[in-house]
Design a protein around this ligand. Structure first.
Ligand SMILES: [Zn+2]
Ligand SMILES: [Zn+2]
Length: 639
């Protein structure tokens, strides 16, 4: 692969600007590329690596007095929230007054009105997907819109080791495998959850069958492990992971980082800091993806924005979007809409005019949006710590993507630091999950540092347990023997669609008595939007909205443990366990029996919510985003 050609191509295209963005790129931030000598890529990359965006990553919530047209930014911290929306904060009354000219458009957004109703209510008709269960109907339409690949995860991040509850030894060497990893959120959560004094050697095998996923994971590890300034490392990785547009300076950094790694003339693993490293086995096609990372030659600003708009605002998906908005508080509707318009993870009021090139890694080689039309970064993480991080950095809960920004920034800084302090060896592979177990046994991955004798402390199989995927039989038969012979070793995975297949698996199929019981509790506790306890409504249409939304949310408090046991029985689990010498765990030490219950909860426990605020925070974002409720993912492990 010709780095020089890529570089020249890249440099030619830096003049590309878009007429579509409401926030114009700052012409002064694109850098002066004429200074770089194309024939000496090493020196050019060194210069690229030193480039920093005009506006540094915010440490605390910045004052929202930003005049994008004039590239003017108030440098102070935003401490006084706009009382009407709480989406933005200012340093002073003056700044708030000066900014009202711009902010009023958001603050008086139609979606922020308390009277806002979904279009199907206003037009007195049934919503388009009223009778479809979550999980069917909509994904098919979504696939027509885009590629439907998941780059941000479908269940919140899991700490796969949970050292304190398992090995409980900070010097223990550990080996974990993520055989259908998706993005890196489980890896980040697992490593960040280790104790500060962890001194063991950690081996992490990361595999996914989808090439764009693997190429992105490699780039993120390279960024976090090789950018010397942790703050910059975290910020570049954050936006490369989650933002549809990134600063041109970050693009240059990413291009330099990825290219330098690919141009290394040694077979030694790539160092990630002084102690950690990464080895990989990837096909040549991956180069096509790496070549595009950080380069705007592959997709123009205008094409990227057009494609993002096309997917996010498709008219026939209006009811689907309204169903999401209808569950949210008014300011959250505006926050979600903002992300669907610009796709940048930053505080609502932060300057973003310098995000002036597309993040090509989120688009296919032919320029299509890779994910679904409802893909959302909030899907991959627990909401509690997100709101906490927001509070710690001065962001209001209403500014949910601002909270997410500070959460991710904290997490990725910690992760970057741990790459430097801990001894971690990453091995990145891309193949089918079952094939991976075979090539380990055949000793093909020895050069990578994974000999045939390797046994793992944890094997995370994601939802390939699902019947329509690999299925539990093949997963246990092929991966069971690769589990370490130890009391703490575990295979962790989840089912995402079992509840639709199993009688009584979800609340809707459980019958009228069960449904009525749940609805009565919801009404009694005031958990319907706009329906007060006792069922009093000021507008009869609110009842319709409430009932419609409850169809999804009932599952959160519905006990489906019996149905799950029956499901496992029908999967022939007993025989499988005998054959593979595995055991189904009754006491959980890694993941609980179901999402949002404590680790030591009984199998039939359902999540509890102390108040309606915690109910809203735990259920609304997630349920508004998940097409499958978190509750349907019965997590399962064995030893
Ligand atoms: Zn100010
Ligand atoms: Zn406001």
């Amino acid at each position: 692969w010709d780095a020089i050609a890529a570089l020249s191509e890249f440099m030619q295209d830096t003049s590309t600007t878009s007429s579509l963005r409401t926030v114009p790129p700052d012409p002064s931030t694109s850098g002066n590329f004429a200074d770089f000598d194309v024939s000496d890529p090493k020196r050019a990359f060194e210069a690229f690596r030193k480039m920093k965006p005009k506006i540094p990553p915010p440490e605390m919530l910045p004052c929202a007095n930003v005049d994008v047209e004039k590239y003017k930014v108030c440098q102070k911290q935003g401490t006084k929230a706009c009382s009407a929306c709480k989406l933005v904060s200012y340093c002073s009354k003056e700044c708030q007054k000066n900014h009202w000219r711009i902010h009023k458009h958001d603050c008086k957004n139609r979606l922020k009105s308390n009277d806002w109703k979904p279009a199907w209510v206003v037009e007195s008709r049934l919503p388009m997907s009223f009778f479809s269960k979550p999980g069917d109907g909509s994904p098919m339409q979504a696939d027509e819109l885009s590629k439907g690949i998941s780059l941000w995860g479908n269940v919140p991040a899991i700490d796969l080791i949970n050292l304190g509850k398992n090995e409980n030894d900070a010097s223990q060497d550990l080996s974990i495998a993520l055989v259908a990893s998706g993005d890196l959120r489980h890896v980040v959560q697992t490593i960040n959850s280790l104790p500060d004094d962890y001194s063991g050697h950690l081996e992490v095998l990361i595999n996914d069958a989808t090439l764009p996923v693997v190429a992105r994971n490699m780039a993120i590890l390279l960024i976090l492990g090789t950018v010397s300034d942790e703050t910059m490392a975290a910020d570049i990785a954050l936006h490369f992971w989650y933002s549809v547009f990134i600063p041109a300076e970050y693009g240059n950094n990413i291009l330099a980082i990825v290219t330098s790694a690919l141009l290394r003339e040694t077979q030694e693993p790539q160092p990630l800091g002084p102690r950690s490293s990464m080895s990989c086995l990837i096909p040549a096609e991956a180069m096509e993806f790496f070549r595009r990372f950080g380069s705007i030659a592959s997709i123009s600003m205008a094409d990227a924005q057009n494609e993002y708009d096309r997917v996010r605002t498709a008219s026939y998906r209006g009811d689907f979007r309204d169903r999401m908005y209808a569950k949210l508080k008014p300011s959250h509707r505006v926050a979600f809409q903002e992300f669907r318009r610009f796709g940048i993870v930053l505080p609502f009021g932060a300057a973003n005019a310098h995000f002036n090139i597309p993040n090509a890694s989120l688009f296919s080689l032919d320029g299509k949006w890779l994910q679904t039309d409802y893909a959302d970064p909030l899907e991959g993480w627990d909401i509690g710590p997100i709101l906490e991080a927001g509070r710690a950095h001065g962001a209001q809960p209403e500014d949910i993507y601002g909270c997410l920004y500070f959460f991710l920034s904290d997490q990725l800084r910690t992760f970057a630091r741990r790459l430097r302090e801990f001894w971690i060896s990453f091995h990145v592979v891309t193949t089918e999950a079952i094939h991976l177990s075979s090539i380990i046994r055949e000793d093909i991955l020895s050069p990578l540092g994974i000999p045939a004798s390797t046994r793992f402390d944890r094997i995370e199989v994601s939802n390939i347990l699902d019947v329509n995927y690999v299925g539990i039989g093949d997963v246990l038969t092929h991966w069971g023997p690769l589990l370490k012979d130890s009391r703490t070793a575990a295979l962790v995975g989840y089912f995402m669609n079992w509840a639709f297949l199993q009688p009584n698996g979800d609340a809707q199929s459980a019958g009228h008595i069960e449904i009525k019981k749940i609805i009565d509790t919801f009404i009694e506790k005031g958990r319907f939007p706009n329906i007060r306890p006792g069922g009093r409504v000021s507008d009869p249409r609110d009842l319709q909205i409430g009932l419609f939304l409850a169809a999804n949310e009932m599952n959160v408090v519905y006990d489906n443990s019996k149905a799950f046991s029956q499901f496992l029985k029908q999967q022939n689990l007993e025989n499988l366990l005998r054959k593979t010498k595995l055991k189904l765990r009754t006491t959980r030490t890694i993941v609980p029996h179901r999402y949002r219950v404590p680790l030591d909860a009984a199998p039939n426990a359902v999540p509890e919510f102390p108040d309606n605020e915690s109910w809203y925070n735990s259920v609304r974002y997630a349920a508004s985003i998940f097409h499958v409720d978190g509750t349907l993912c019965r997590v399962w492990s064995c030893v």
